[in-house]
Design a protein around this ligand. Structure first.
Ligand SMILES: NC(=O)c1ccc[n+]([C@@H]2O[C@H](COP(=O)([O-])OP(=O)(O)OC[C@H]3O[C@@H](n4cnc5c(N)ncnc54)[C@H](OP(=O)(O)O)[C@@H]3O)[C@@H](O)[C@H]2O)c1
Length: 334
């Protein structure tokens, strides 16, 4: 009898939880921001339902941080020789943070990261994320991985204009760009992202690292411009990587940026939103790479504020943003 009663009460609890979830899904997202259903955590299948106010969400947000919140950070940047990566690398070095880089070419690393020997003794590791064990060495003992690797097309057009989204650069060149062989969004953004996470987990065993990544905004719009470029489904694969990352159970911060531009940082007003990316009111929706790097640095150095957070970010002319911690708080949607 006692067993049957216990089973009945468990059944009632499951039905109540399912009804609460269904009700929240039916409502506008105003009411369901605090709710998260996690189906897979580090290979353990489980369903966790969290519903509640700000405090509960913040507690939940920092769960899983363990070492990355308490240890001195050791940060690995992948895509460190790219436009944003090199800025973040320099910013962290200037703050005496231990920082490593995964690069494809030591000569490029020498040129843009200012390393000397450009080998493991200086925290520079050579690797390609399309290979399964890409981070086995580089990620050993790190507290934080910043993933800035991305598939880069080769374009016939003026690429400075195109990749910096200059106001004079009109039109979108879907057919003028081609991804190189082995460098499609599927191979780099998706499979390369999965390889990084698997290799990171293998390298760190029971010490989960905080994973920070700069993704793309607009992934809620099917077949958007980024998807159409060389029919590479760039945004689709980014979104899939985001979902994969969130399902690993590793603490994550996903900053979803509007187009990036190489301009001086600290001059624009940044806005974040945990919802979609409607920038219709911004004449030229871009983020300056230096500002994006500052946001990433804040996430790296404040994992307690940034963990388990995914938000859109874009900037507009206005009073320059200085309080990035405040931005992180507003990214949680409270
Ligand atoms: N560009 C934008 O408008 C934009 C907009 C929104 C979000 N984002 C996101 O912002 C982040 C940084 O973008 P970015 O424009 O600054 O980057 P980027 O300049 O295009 O640099 C990309 C980096 O990825 C590396 N990479 C590419 N394939 C690789 C591979 N197979 N293995 C290892 N490394 C590889 C490149 O290495 P090499 O230096 O050797 O080429 C480079 O360092 C990306 O995650 C991107 O999704 C960009």
């Amino acid at each position: 009898m006692a067993c049957r009663a216990r089973l009945m009460s468990q059944l009632v609890a499951v039905v109540v939880a399912a009804a609460a979830l269904a009700a929240a899904q039916d409502q506008d997202c105003d009411d369901c921001l605090d709710m998260e259903v996690s189906l897979l955590q580090r290979g353990v299948s489980m369903v966790g339902l969290r519903a509640g106010g700000a405090q509960q969400s913040e507690r939940a947000a920092t769960s899983g941080l363990h070492d990355s919140a308490t240890l001195e950070p050791t940060v690995l940047i992948t895509g460190a020789t790219g436009g944003t990566g090199r800025i973040l690398y320099r910013m962290l070095k200037e703050r005496n943070v231990t920082v490593r880089a995964l690069v494809r070419s030591t000569s490029k690393a020498k040129e843009v990261l200012n390393c000397d020997k450009c080998d493991a003794s200086e925290g520079i590791f050579v690797g390609d994320v399309t290979e399964e064990h890409c981070l086995d060495e580089a990620a050993k003992g790190i507290t934080t991985l910043v993933n800035l690797v991305v598939a880069r097309p080769i374009c016939k057009v003026d690429s400075d204009c195109y990749f910096n989204h200059r106001p004079t650069c009109k039109g979108f060149y879907h057919n003028d760009c081609r991804y190189p062989e082995g460098g499609t969004p599927e191979q780099v953004n998706w499979e390369g992202g999965v390889n990084q996470l698997r290799s990171l987990i293998d390298a760190n065993g029971d010490h989960p690292a905080h994973v920070v990544t700069l993704s793309i905004s607009g992934t809620e719009i099917p077949e958007n411009n980024a998807d159409k470029l060389d029919k590479g489904w760039f945004a689709f694969y980014m979104l899939n990587f985001e979902a994969y990352l969130m399902a690993t159970g590793l603490p994550f911060t996903i900053v979803k940026s509007c187009p990036l531009a190489d301009e001086p940082g600290g001059e624009r007003e940044l806005r974040v939103s945990p919802r979609g990316s409607n920038y219709a009111d911004i004449e030229r929706p871009v983020n300056v790479r230096a500002d994006a790097a500052t946001m990433l640095m804040e996430a790296v150095l404040q994992p307690d504020l940034a963990a388990n957070l995914r938000f859109n970010m874009c900037s507009r002319p206005g009073p320059p943003t200085t309080d990035y911690a405040d931005l992180l708080r507003s990214g949680r949607g409270m």
